[in-house]
Design a protein around this ligand. Structure first.
Ligand SMILES: C[S@@+](CC[C@H](N)C(=O)[O-])C[C@H]1O[C@@H](n2cnc3c(N)ncnc32)[C@H](O)[C@@H]1O
Length: 286
């Protein structure tokens, strides 16, 4: 199956040099935020998959030419959501759920809200299914899909919140365009959010924080509602030059307090242990 990312820092798994499918009939042409990885499940995860996929895996009509994509005519609308969750509660979507740590905790905490976890890495999906089954959650579904394709399939105003926590950093300059937070995704997230709904983003990579500000702060369809002032370099660093960031010119940016609904995942823990600062962002759809 697929995963991400570039090797710095270590906890973001290394797939140095790997590239997604090349152009050709039926192959992806656009740059993806992940690269292919093994979809093999170990015994425990296969058992979890067999036990819980029926209940928790959200299977959508696939686009036959593009793995992890959705049939172009499929619309994720309120009726589909009501059939899937059995109610019309607010819906929160997590892009790149990893092993589901955050969304499972949130679903336990907030039974009156529906949650949808999006992930391309099959073992991650299996972990999320395992946790959903263990806690007998009724309000969570997990979808093995390229998240931007799911956003495109969603009708206007369907989602209450969208979360993107610790996206793969893609530290090399030539790979920054693979970072999942991009203007095109922002436009789709904005369309899919209800008015006043929020896109929450968090990263422990300073250069990604600058990237988020560059993509998001100038948009007139989102308002940065953060009230914490953070000083960041105004120029990008790349893999190997991150140490030079402190010497670069800095400017102040608005960020948010740590989102109380975010639990400490392994990714965040490792970032903190390595001395990295966590950046939280809240962008409200206007
Ligand atoms: C660094 S991990 C962070 C996981 C989780 N959010 C956390 O905080 O623990 C980033 C995750 O995003 C997933 N991902 C990357 N691109 C994706 C895409 N286009 N659609 C869905 N998931 C994606 C990766 O497979 C990976 O599991």
């Amino acid at each position: 199956m697929s995963e991400t990312t570039n090797p710095v820092p270590d906890e973001y798994r290394a797939v140095e040099g790997a590239m997604p499918g090349t152009a050709g009939p039926g192959r992806r042409r656009e740059l993806m935020s992940f690269v292919r990885r093994s979809s093999r499940l170990d015994k425990r995860l296969q058992k979890a998959w067999d036990a819980y996929a029926g209940e928790y895996l959200l299977e959508l009509p696939e686009y036959e030419h593009r793995e992890l994509s959705i049939a172009p005519d499929f619309r994720f609308d309120a009726d589909f959501a009501a059939r899937t969750w059995g109610n019309d509660h607010p819906l929160v979507v997590e892009i790149g759920t990893g092993q589901g740590e955050n969304i499972v905790a949130a679903a336990q905490e907030r039974p009156e809200t529906n949650f949808l976890a999006l992930e391309v890495y099959k073992p991650g999906v299996a972990h999320a299914l395992l946790k959903a089954g263990k806690y007998e959650l009724r309000n969570l579904r997990v979808c093995e899909v390229n998240a931007p394709d799911l956003m495109k399939a969603a009708v206007d105003g369907l989602f209450d919140e969208v979360w993107t926590f610790f996206p793969d950093p893609w530290p090399k300059t030539k790979h920054h365009k693979r970072r999942i937070v991009q203007p095109a995704l922002a436009a789709e997230v904005h369309r899919a959010l209800r008015s006043g709904g929020v896109w929450r983003i968090a990263t422990d990579i300073e250069d990604y924080a600058l990237h988020v500000h560059e993509v998001m702060d100038g948009r007139d369809d989102f308002e940065n509602v953060g009230d914490v002032t953070v000083s960041l370099p105004t120029e990008h660093v790349s893999k190997g030059t991150a140490d030079m960031a402190a010497q670069l010119p800095h400017a102040d940016f608005a960020e948010s307090e740590r989102f109380a609904g975010r639990v400490l995942t392994n990714f965040e823990k490792k970032g903190i242990t390595a001395g990295r600062v966590i950046h939280d962002f809240t962008y409200r759809a206007v």
